[in-house]
Design a protein around this ligand. Structure first.
Ligand SMILES: [Zn+2]
Length: 187
């Protein structure tokens, strides 16, 4: 068993006692009135905010695999709407990245791994028979630019998004942090 949890809890006690949180004190309202949707890729954890000059308190950051809005009424879109209506965000940045694990991802290899890990074929069949499109659910995208454009479109045309919110689309290089503009929401 991993000792990660114990390590984290020990570290955390010292962090709080030593008041190491002090440089991070801020409010929940994003200073730069922006919300970022990006990928959960580990290379972006610090690189993405640093490369954009985003500090603690500057932006709401929503993450998932691939920076995707897969469903207009799913939890990602809800988070964006909460950032807009509850937290004064006025600008949305969808930021995909080069070399994303979701590029060219298909359901079949994941299902195979699930079977190897002990998930029964019966369960997978039951999902399929209950009308769940498991192949679509576990599908990535072919082009990160197209995917970013689609997510920008879904957000921009969402019936609950107010007109004043601008939605940009970008792609980041996970090595250099270089941003490439795909959709300029101001135009
Ligand atoms: Zn990714």
């Amino acid at each position: 068993m991993s000792k990660r949890l114990e390590e984290i809890l020990d570290y955390n006690k010292k962090f709080v006692i030593n008041k190491e949180y002090e440089p991070f004190v801020t409010t929940k309202i994003p200073n730069k009135k922006m919300v970022i949707l990006t990928c959960m890729d580990t290379r972006l954890t610090e690189l993405l905010p640093k490369s954009m000059n985003i500090g603690n308190g500057d932006a709401k950051i929503v993450k998932n695999a691939g920076a995707l809005v897969s469903h207009p009424f799913g939890s990602i879109m809800r988070s964006i709407l909460v950032a807009v209506y509850g937290l004064q965000a006025e600008e949305v940045f969808v930021i995909g990245h080069r070399d994303c694990g979701m590029t060219g991802m298909h359901a079949e290899p994941i299902i195979e791994k699930a079977l190897e890990a002990g998930v029964s074929q019966e369960k997978i069949d039951t999902l399929r028979h209950s009308g769940i499109d498991i192949d679509h659910f576990l599908q990535g995208f072919e082009s990160v630019e197209e995917s970013v454009k689609e997510s920008v479109n879904t957000i921009k045309h969402h019936p609950l998004l107010p007109e004043y919110v601008t939605v940009h689309g970008l792609v980041i290089d996970p090595h250099t942090g270089e941003l490439e503009l795909i959709v300029n929401g101001n135009q």
